[in-house]
Design a protein around this ligand. Structure first.
Ligand code: KG4
Ligand code: ZN
Length: 356
């Protein structure tokens, strides 16, 4: 098995949150293996990711996950052209496990090291096992930690156009789902319940930060849903009681709340996306992040792509959620551009894409 500079064989590592993942990808697109050990069962009872539990679990799981990724790909360590790792943004303790492992592998195997921004890598999800995209492109990342719009003149030439100023859309979905007692992670469960509801049943706000702004805000929607579901607070402070609990609602009412929430959240995403598309001429629309698995969002994005004649790259479900194939895939662009890192690479809680 041999590779050249245009088809580097890259091992990717992803440990930014609660998935321990490793993948081998050739030439940025050909996924030879994609192994994910999810930790959902460890965080379920807390209704959210507990950072200390996450980093310990990464430590225990990473070596077996790495070995499995190499075995499934049928690749020897010496055949790799580079080691890539999602090194930002994310939970610092979790990121450090992946970054340390990547550095140790790069050093001991004498291979180049590539640090990858997790948010940007999500945009590679719809390009895996597919033809390359044509640029300029618009990028939309909708996940548990991020809600961002990007303009890309090339794979490594990216400008942030807008992002959430408070909650990420996935976080809002998870909180809405918790309010409706749907379990964790709630996004997919709320999506499912919404299918049985009337999306016009409850009027919920679609935050608009101004005609010229492409930023998002989801905290108002979350609070509006809280009051709509539970009624007025009857006490003070954090432990305030409310008129009712979502368990008092009928199944149909819960579905109506879910559908109305989903309509408001997706409307907000699409409004700013359409504004950005009015401002920038692009050929492609790259979408990624856990919430790109959402049924309503996927349907609406397909309409937009048809109306505007865009090449829409929606990831298949396995590449919507956090995975390492997107890390290894995106790393190929950095490899080809000569954007290598050395052993001083560090983990960071922040994305590199904060300037506009
Ligand atoms: O990209 P991801 O795996 O992790 C981050 O980088 O944040 O995204 C996870 C998020 C969670 O908030 C989850 O509830 C949400 O994606 N999610 C969904 C759906 N599937 C996953 N949200 C809405 N509808 C879905 N079908
Ligand atoms: Zn993610």
């Amino acid at each position: 098995m041999s590779s050249d500079a245009s088809t580097p064989l890259i091992l990717g590592i992803e440990t930014s949150c609660d998935e321990t993942a490793a993948a081998v990808v050739r030439g940025g697109v050909e996924v030879l293996s994609n192994v994910i050990a999810t930790q959902h069962e460890l965080h379920e009872e807390y209704l959210g990711v507990v950072p200390e539990i996450a980093s310990r679990a990464h430590l225990e799981r990473l070596l077996p996950v790495l070995r499995k990724a190499m075995n499934c790909a049928g690749v020897e360590w010496r055949e790799l052209d580079a080691i890539a790792v999602g090194h930002r943004p994310g939970l610092i303790g979790s990121l450090l496990v992946g970054v340390s492992a990547a550095k140790a592998l790069a050093w001991s195997l004498d291979k180049p090291l590539l640090g990858v921004d997790h948010i940007v890598a999500h945009l590679q999800g719809g390009l895996l096992n597919e033809d390359p995209a044509t640029y300029p492109a618009m990028g939309l990342v909708v996940s548990g930690g991020h809600t961002s719009l990007f303009h890309l003149t090339g794979p490594t030439d990216i400008r942030l156009l807008g992002r959430t100023i408070d909650d990420a859309i996935g976080e809002a979905y998870d909180k809405a789902a918790a309010l409706l007692h749907l379990g964790y992670p709630g996004g997919p469960k709320l999506d499912e319940l919404a299918a049985d509801g009337d999306e016009h049943a409850v009027k919920l706000p679609v935050a608009d930060l101004g005609r010229d702004r492409l930023d998002y805000s989801f905290s108002g929607l979350k609070t509006a849903l809280l009051y709509a579901v539970r009624g007025r607070p009857t006490g003070h402070g954090k432990s305030a009681d409310f008129e009712r609990d979502s368990r008092d609602l009928s199944e149909q009412q819960r579905a109506d709340f879910a559908a109305s929430f989903q309509r408001a959240a997706v409307t907000a995403i699409l409004r700013n996306l359409n504004r950005a598309l009015d401002q920038h001429n692009v050929f492609s629309l790259l979408v990624g992040g856990g919430v790109s698995a959402n049924s309503k969002l996927r349907k609406e994005l397909q309409h937009i792509a048809v109306d505007r004649g865009l090449d829409l790259r929606l990831p298949p479900l396995e590449y919507c959620l956090d995975n390492a194939a997107m890390i290894a895939g995106y790393a190929a662009h950095r490899y080809k551009a000569g954007l290598f890192d050395d052993l001083s690479l560090t983990a960071s809680t922040q994305t590199e894409l904060t300037s506009r």
